[in-house]
Design a protein around this ligand. Structure first.
Ligand SMILES: Nc1nc2c(c(=O)[nH]1)N[C@H]1C(S)=C(S)[C@@H](COP(=O)(O)O)O[C@H]1N2
Ligand SMILES: [Mo]
Length: 310
């Protein structure tokens, strides 16, 4: 069984930019790197995205640096170390890419990633991101509401839950050759969570297409839930009547609940969830109920015992 490590890592664990850039240079060659501009992404990955609207939902909290967002990751398909995704996902192929949306809906659809980014107006949303391991970031995502996509496929009355599945490709994803998790990575939401206006399908960050290590070309973002709910590199979205089995819940139901709403009052069995380390900062912060998004989402859970439904 896979055991997540203790949450309290220090800043020096994050790859320094020099090493990061040297790795990139090794992978893509110095020319491609220079052409890619200041973001330190490869020419193949980094393309600017047109954004119709910008919303800051992190108050006066500063966005985490692109360096930290792209060098300290959880993406077990590319290894369990925080620096493994940046080191191992460089040649991951994210084009062509197809996303299938089906199950309990009147109009199942299949999209190429370019269809999706043209079909829905892209927005920038600056959100807090809180990992269950008690670290956090502030990330300027680019994407569109999942509700827009679900609206188009016309869910039936039986559609009570939505499942998200990551690509299954052990040839490209070395982590899938080990049985660390029950692959492919699967996550799920209740339909009212999925259609909440905060729920985003993100195709980029910092105004450009998604870096591979952050879940290119498309990943989920649910900012009031622990980070593991936000499946990366999604190929399949399925509407269904029953609550789906999800990867981390299957790995350890006692530690990772289906809901996994950020909750400072419900500790992980092995560590406190009352505070968190913001990557790039020295002092810990208090963790906020629903990660600071209670006004937008607390009503979804009215009458539910959140100690039981963690
Ligand atoms: N497919 C897939 N999605 C995943 C994960 C993963 O291992 N595989 N890790 C999750 C976890 S635990 C977190 S905290 C976030 C991290 O997102 P980031 O690396 O972009 O910050 O992705 C989530 N989505
Ligand atoms: Mo996480």
């Amino acid at each position: 069984m896979l055991i997540r490590s203790a949450p309290d890592l220090r800043d020096c664990d994050v790859t320094d930019r020099g090493l990061y850039l040297r790795r990139r240079e090794f992978i893509y060659g110095a020319g491609a790197l220079a052409a890619a501009g200041t973001l330190g992404l490869s020419a193949a990955e980094a393309a600017p995205l047109k954004v119709a609207k910008k919303t800051n939902l992190a108050g006066d909290e500063k966005p985490t640096s692109l360096k930290n967002i792209t060098s300290y990751n959880n993406f077990y398909e590319f290894g369990t170390g925080k620096e493994d995704p940046a080191a191992n996902a460089g040649s991951f192929k994210t084009r062509p890419w197809t996303v299938v949306v089906d199950g309990e809906c009147m109009k199942p659809m299949r999209f190429s990633i370019d269809d999706l980014t043209k079909r829905y107006p892209l927005e920038e949303r600056i959100y807090r991101m809180r990992c269950v391991e008690a670290w956090s970031m502030v990330i300027p995502w680019v994407g569109f509401p999942l509700a827009s996509l679900l609206n188009d496929v016309q869910p039936t009355a039986k559609a009570k839950f939505v499942t998200f599945e990551t690509l299954n490709d052990p040839k490209q994803m070395p982590g899938q050759r080990d049985r660390t998790l029950d692959w492919p990575y699967r996550e799920g939401l209740r339909i009212d969570e999925a259609t909440n206006p905060l729920t985003l399908l993100a195709v980029g960050m910092y105004g450009e297409t998604m870096p591979n290590q952050n879940g290119a070309p498309i990943r989920l973002v649910t900012p009031w839930k622990y980070g593991f709910k936000s499946a990366k590199s999604i190929v399949h979205i399925r509407l269904q009547e029953r609550q789906p089995a999800t990867s981390w819940n299957l790995a350890n139901a006692h530690e990772y609940g289906f809901y996994s709403n950020v909750n400072p009052e419900v500790d992980h069995p092995r560590w406190s969830q009352a505070s968190e380390r913001r990557i790039g900062e020295f002092f810990r912060r208090k963790t906020l109920p629903f990660n600071g998004y209670a006004d937008q989402v607390a009503s979804l859970y009215r009458g539910m015992d959140l100690q039981k439904n963690f």
